[in-house]
Design a protein around this ligand. Structure first.
Ligand code: GDP
Length: 521
C-alpha cells in the first residue's frame, strides 16, 4: 500500500542508517496503546532530519513533554517540533482543535520569548466546543464508558460525522460561527436535557467553563449561552489568525517539492477507531492511513513508517481488553481505583521490585506484583495525573496485527526496564475460551488457538495467553550503544519476535535519553 521505496540508506550519520535515502515522508506510529516512547524518535528526527513536523489525528488527548530551560511542560496539541523555529509545525485537518488549549500552549512559549510563527493550523480542522467537554464527561458517567481522557475529542468527531461540526475557519467568520453554533448547541441541549442541571453545572465548574459565562442554568432549551461562546471563540480566532491556513495545500506542495516531512503519530494502533480494540479505542484512526489523511495527504505519499513498540512488555490506560495484563482483573481494578497514583502505590507496595535480591512477596498473585514492579521501573504513570498504567507481557498476536496494519520496520523501546527481570514471558498466541462467535466466515469456538489477534473487545476478553518463557539478561544495558554488545539473552528474544511477527527491528532503545539508542548498523 505504501509508495515504493528503495532500500538505499541515508548517507551521513550512522544513526540514521535505517532511513531510506529516498524517504521524504516518514510516519512514526505507536504499535501498542500509546505511550510507547515515540517522543524520543520524533525529537531526534525533528532535530536531525525533518523540515516539517505534522500531526493529523487526535486532539488534546495526546501529550508530549517539552523541556524549556529547567522547566518541563506537557503540550497536548502543538507538535513536538515547535522548539525548532526553522521547521514548520502543522496541526492538520484531522485534528480536533480546542482553541483554548492552543492559545494556552502558545502563551507558554511566548512567555519564554520563544518563536511561534512557524505553527500552522488547518483551517478545516475540527473545532472542539465547551459543550464537547461536558458531553464527554456525561457519556463517561454512563454505562457506555470507554475510558475517555475527557478532552472533548470523541464528541467533536461525532459531530463531524453527524455533519453538525464546526471547523477552525469558523473562528474567523462571525456569521457562519453563529449559525453553525446555534444548530450545534440545539442538538447538544437535546442530549443534555435528560441530565440534572446541577451535574452539568459541576462539570462546567470543573472544566473552568463558568468563567466564560457559557452556562444558562435557567433556560431549559439551550444550556449554553451561544453569544458568550461566539464572543470568546472570535477572540480565539483573532489570537490564532496568523496560524490558520490551508495546510492541505501546504502539505501537497511540500511533498511535491521534496521536503522532509515527519508525521507525528498520537496514541497507538491498538487504539485506532478502525484497527484497535473496538469499542475501547480513541475516536480517530491513529495508524498511517489516518495520519496521512489527517494532514491532507494520501497514504501513498508516505515513503516509510517506523512503528514503535515497548519491549518486552506493554501498557494500557483506561478500560478495554488486555489479555497479557499482569495480575489480570486485580491489576485492572487497582489501576482504575479512585485516588490511586504513583505515590499511593509506592506507599501500598513499598518493597516490590523486579530484582532477584528483593523478591516479590507473594506467590499467589505474583504476576500482579511483577506488574507493579515493571510499572515502577518503567515509570508507567500518567504524566499529568500520576495514575498507574496497566502493565502486561509483550503480546505477539497483537503485534502481528499492528505490524500488518502499519508496517514491518519497528523500534523496540524501554528494554532497560527489564534489566533485573529473571524471566521474560512472550505471549505467542491465545486459547479462545468464550462463547461461539463468528468472525467473518470463521467460527471461534472454545479451545480455538489464535495466533494473529482479532482486535475486538468481545473476542479479546475471552483470549487466554500462551507464553514462551525466556531467561532474562540480568545486567545493566543502559550504557550499551552497539547491538553486538547487547546480552545474548536479549538478542534471542529480539530474534524470536522478528521471526514470529515478521518484523525488522531498526532501532533499540535502552534508556530515556537520546543517546541511549541503538540504531541499525
Ligand atoms: P509517547 O506517548 O509514545 O510519545 O511516549 P513518550 O515519548 O512520552 O515516552 C514515555 C516515557 O518513556 C518518557 O518519559 C520517555 O522519556 C520514556 N522513554 C522512552 N524511551 C525509553 C527507554 O528506552 N527506556 C526508558 N527507561 N524510558 C524511555
Amino acid at each position: 500500500m505504501l509508495k515504493n521505496s528503495t532500500t538505499t540508506k541515508t548517507k551521513g550519520a550512522s544513526d540514521m542508517n535505517w532511513l531510506n535515502e529516498s524517504t521524504r515522508t516518514l510516519a512514526v506510529i505507536g504499535l501498542h496503546f500509546g505511550d510507547e516512547g515515540k517522543g524520543k524518535f520524533v525529537d531526534k528526527l525533528t532535530t536531525d532530519w525533518a523540515d516539517i513536523v505534522a500531526r493529523g489525528t487526535g486532539g488534546a488527548n495526546a501529550g508530549h513533554t517539552i523541556c524549556i530551560g529547567d522547566e518541563k511542560h506537557v503540550f497536548h496539541l502543538i507538535p513536538s517540533g515547535i522548539l525548532h523555529p526553522g521547521k514548520l509545525n502543522v496541526i492538520g485537518n484531522g485534528v480536533a482543535v480546542d482553541p483554548r488549549v492552543v492559545v494556552e500552549e502558545l502563551d507558554i512559549l511566548k512567555s519564554k520569548n520563544l518563536a511561534t510563527d512557524h505553527l500552522r493550523i488547518a483551517y478545516n480542522a475540527h473545532l472542539v466546543l465547551p459543550s464537547h467537554l461536558v458531553i464527554d464527561r456525561l457519556r463517561e458517567s454512563g454505562s457506555g464508558k470507554v475510558g475517555s481522557t475527557l478532552r472533548g475529542v470523541g464528541p467533536t468527531y461525532v459531530d463531524h460525522y453527524r455533519r453538525i461540526g464546526l471547523q477552525v475557519r469558523d473562528l474567523r467568520n462571525k456569521d457562519a460561527l453563529w449559525k453553525k453554533l446555534k444548530l450545534n448547541l440545539e442538538e447538544h441541549a437535546c442530549f443534555m436535557r435528560s441530565f440534572d442541571r446541577e451535574v452539568i453545572r459541576d462539570i462546567m465548574e470543573h472544566e473552568h467553563l463558568l468563567e466564560g459565562a457559557y452556562f444558562r442554568p435557567n433556560d431549559l432549551n439551550v444550556v449554553f449561552d451561544s453569544d458568550a461562546i461566539v464572543e470568546q471563540y472570535l477572540a480565539y480566532g483573532r489570537l490564532l489568525a496568523q496560524h490558520i491556513e490551508d495546510t492541505d495545500a501546504l502539505m501537497y506542495q511540500a511533498v511535491k517539492s521534496g521536503q522532509r516531512i515527519l508525521l507525528e503519530g498520537a496514541q497507538g494502533t491498538l487504539l485506532s477507531e478502525r484497527y484497535g480494540t473496538y469499542p475501547y479505542v480513541t475516536a480517530s484512526d491513529c495508524t498511517t492511513t489516518g495520519l496521512a489523511q489527517g494532514v491532507g495527504l494520501s497514504v501513498r505519499d508516505v515513503d516509510q513508517t517506523l512503528g514503535i513498540a515497548k519491549a518486552f512488555y506493554m501498557s494500557r490506560v483506561g478500560g478495554g481488553p488486555f489479555p497479557t495484563e499482569m495480575g489480570g482483573e486485580k491489576s485492572e481494578r487497582w489501576c482504575a481505583k479512585e485516588g490511586v497514583t504513583r505515590d499511593v502505590e509506592l506507599r501500598e507496595y513499598p518493597s516490590v521490585s523486579i530484582s532477584k535480591t528483593n523478591p516479590i512477596d507473594s506467590t499467589t498473585t505474583e504476576d500482579f506484583f511483577m506488574g507493579v514492579a515493571i510499572r515502577r521501573h518503567g515509570n508507567e504513570y500518567g504524566a499529568t495525573t500520576g495514575r498507574p498504567r496497566r502493565v502486561g507481557w509483550f503480546d505477539l498476536p497483537l503485534l502481528r496485527h499492528a505490524a500488518h496494519v502499519v508496517g514491518r520496520d519497528i523500534a523496540l523501546t524501554m528494554l532497560d526496564v527489564l534489566d533485573a527481570c529473571p524471566e521474560i514471558k512472550i505471549c505467542t498466541g491465545y486459547i479462545y475460551a468464550g462463547p461461539d462467535q463468528w468472525v467473518g466466515n470463521r467460527q471461534l469456538t472454545d479451545g480455538h488457538v489464535i495466533s494473529c489477534a482479532v482486535p475486538m473487545a468481545d473476542i479479546l476478553e475471552h483470549c487466554e495467553p500462551l507464553y514462551k518463557v525466556f531467561p532474562g539478561w540480568m545486567s545493566d544495558i543502559t550504557g550499551i550503544r552497539s547491538r553486538k554488545d547487547l546480552p545474548r539473552e536479549l538478542l534471542n528474544i529480539v530474534s524470536f519476535i522478528e521471526s514470529e511477527a515478521r518484523v525488522t527491528t531498526r532501532v533499540l532503545s535502552v534508556g530515556p535519553d537520546r543517546e541511549q539508542t541503538i540504531f541499525d548498523e
